[in-house]
Design a protein around this ligand. Structure first.
Ligand SMILES: [Fe+2]
Length: 356
C-alpha cells in the first residue's frame, strides 16, 4: 500500500539538536546541516495521535559523504508524537521517511491506510509541503512511517550549520563516512509472525528469509552482552528494498540486548542500523578503538558461521540518539570448522492468505 521508493531520511528524536548534530558530524563526517525551526505560524494543520493539536519542533538535516540522510528532531513545544516519544522512550529513531508523493496520492494513501486500521498518527503542513507520520507502531513494531508530499518551497532553511569533527576526535572513523546506504534497520519485536503480515500488506514485502541464531557450533558462538559472555538465541527475519533492508529480531533465549535494553524497558522499536556489512579486521580495529574513545564501546557481539564472521553492535545510544550501529567483520583467516553456507533456516511468503 505504501509506495516505498527509497529511504529519504531516518528521523531521530533528540534532546538537544546542537549536541546530536555535532556528534553525528564527528562520527559520520556530516559537516553541513540544514536547520529549520518549525514553529507556530509556519506549521499548519498540525495533528497528533489523530487529534488536531498545536506543536512545534526544530530539525537538523544532514547527509553523510556516502549518502545516508539523518533528520534530527528536537521537540520545542506541545505534545507531538516527537515529544511523546522522547518522554516515554528517550532518544531514538521515531520514524523512517520512505516515499514522496503528489498531494492527491497522499490523500488516497491516507484513506487506504485508514481502511487497514493505520491512522495518520501525526500530520503537518510545512511551508506548503504535507507530511504524514503514519502510526505503524503496533503494526510494524514501535515506529512511524513518514510519507511526504513536497512543495516548491519545501526545504526552507533557517540556519546552516557547518560542523567539523570535534577537535581531538580519534582517527579510524573513515569507514562510517563512506557507507553508501543503510543495509538494514534492525527492529526488535516480541513476535516475528505477528508483525510480518503487516510488512507484506503495508510495505509490499511478502517474502522473508529466517535464521535462528542459537548457541550451537556453526550457528552462534562466543556471544557477549554488556562485556560478559552469554548464552542466548534470537530468531530473525530479513527482506530488502532496492535501497535499504529490514531485519526483525525476536529474542528466543537468554539475555539479549534486544530484550534487556529495548523490549523490556521500552517496547518494540528500531534498535540498530547495519552500516558495515563486510568489514576487514584491520579497519574494524581502528573503528572500534575510535568509537570506544568517543564513549561508544561494543554492547553485544557474536561469532557466526564457524568463526568466518563476527557481528558487533556499537553502543552509540548516548552519543547519537538511542540507536546502535552494527558492523559485521569477515575474517580472512581460515574458519574454525567447515564453512557453513549462508542458507536461511526458513523462507516464508506472506502474499496469499489461505482460504481456511
Ligand atoms: Fe542487524
Amino acid at each position: 500500500v505504501i509506495p516505498v521508493d527509497r529511504l529519504h531520511h531516518v528521523t531521530v528524536v533528540v534532546r538537544d539538536l546542537g549536541t546530536a548534530a555535532r556528534n553525528h558530524a564527528t562520527v559520520f563526517g556530516i559537516d553541513r546541516w540544514d536547520v529549520a525551526h518549525q514553529a507556530a505560524g509556519r506549521l499548519r494543520d498540525t495533528s497528533a495521535f489523530g487529534f488536531a493539536a498545536p506543536f512545534s519542533y526544530s530539525t537538523a538535516t544532514g547527509t553523510t559523504p556516502g549518502g545516508i540522510t539523518f533528520r534530527l528532531v528536537q521537540p520545542t513545544g506541545g505534545l507531538s508524537t516527537f515529544a511523546e516519544f522522547l518522554v516515554t522512550r528517550g532518544e531514538g529513531i521515531h520514524s523512517i521517511c520512505v516515499a514522496a508523493l503528489e498531494e492527491p496520492a497522499l490523500r488516497e494513501l491516507s484513506a487506504e491506510l485508514r481502511d487497514q486500521g493505520v491512522t495518520a498518527g501525526q500530520g503537518a503542513t510545512v511551508d506548503g509541503a504535507t507530511h504524514r507520520w503514519f502510526d505503524t507502531r503496533r503494526a510494524l513494531g514501535g515506529y512511524f512511517v513518514e510519507v511526504m508530499a513536497p512543495s516548491g518551497e519545501d526545504g526552507r532553511v533557517d540556519e546552516r550549520w557547518e560542523l567539523r569533527a570535534a577537535p581531538g576526535a580519534p582517527d579510524g572513523l573513515e569507514a562510517l563516512r563512506e557507507v553508501p546506504r543503510v543495509f538494514h534497520l534492525g527492529v526488535a519485536v516480541e513476535s516475528l509472525m505477528e508483525r510480518l503480515p503487516a510488512y507484506a500488506s503495508l510495505l509490499g514485502l511478502p517474502e522473508w528469509t529466517f535464521v535462528h541464531f542459537r548457541p550451537e557450533p556453526g550457528s552462534l558462538e562466543r556471544a557477549t552482552l554488556d562485556g560478559e559472555e552469554v548464552r542466548h538465541a534470537f530468531f530473525l527475519a530479513k527482506a530488502d528494498f532496492p535501497d535499504f533492508g529490514l531485519e526483525l529480531i525476536q529474542p528466543t533465549m537468554g539475555p539479549t540486548h534486544y530484550r534487556r535494553h529495548m523490549l523490556d524497558p521500552l517496547g518494540e522499536g528500531i534498535h540498530h542500523l547495519l552500516l558495515l556489512p563486510d568489514e576487514r579486521e584491520g579497519r574494524w580495529h581502528g573503528l572500534r578503538g575510535a568509537m570506544e574513545t568517543l564513549g561508544a564501546p561494543v554492547a553485544t557481539s557474536g561469532s557466526v558461521r564457524n568463526g568466518a564472521a563476527e557481528y558487533f553492535y556499537l553502543d552509540t545510544r548516548q552519543l547519537l540518539g538511542g540507536y546502535l550501529v552494527e558492523a559485521i567483520v569477515r575474517y580472512v583467516r581460515p574458519a574454525e570448522g567447515p564453512p557453513r553456507r549462508g542458507e536461511p533456516d526458513y523462507r516464508f511468503d506472506f502474499s496469499t492468505r489461505a482460504a481456511i
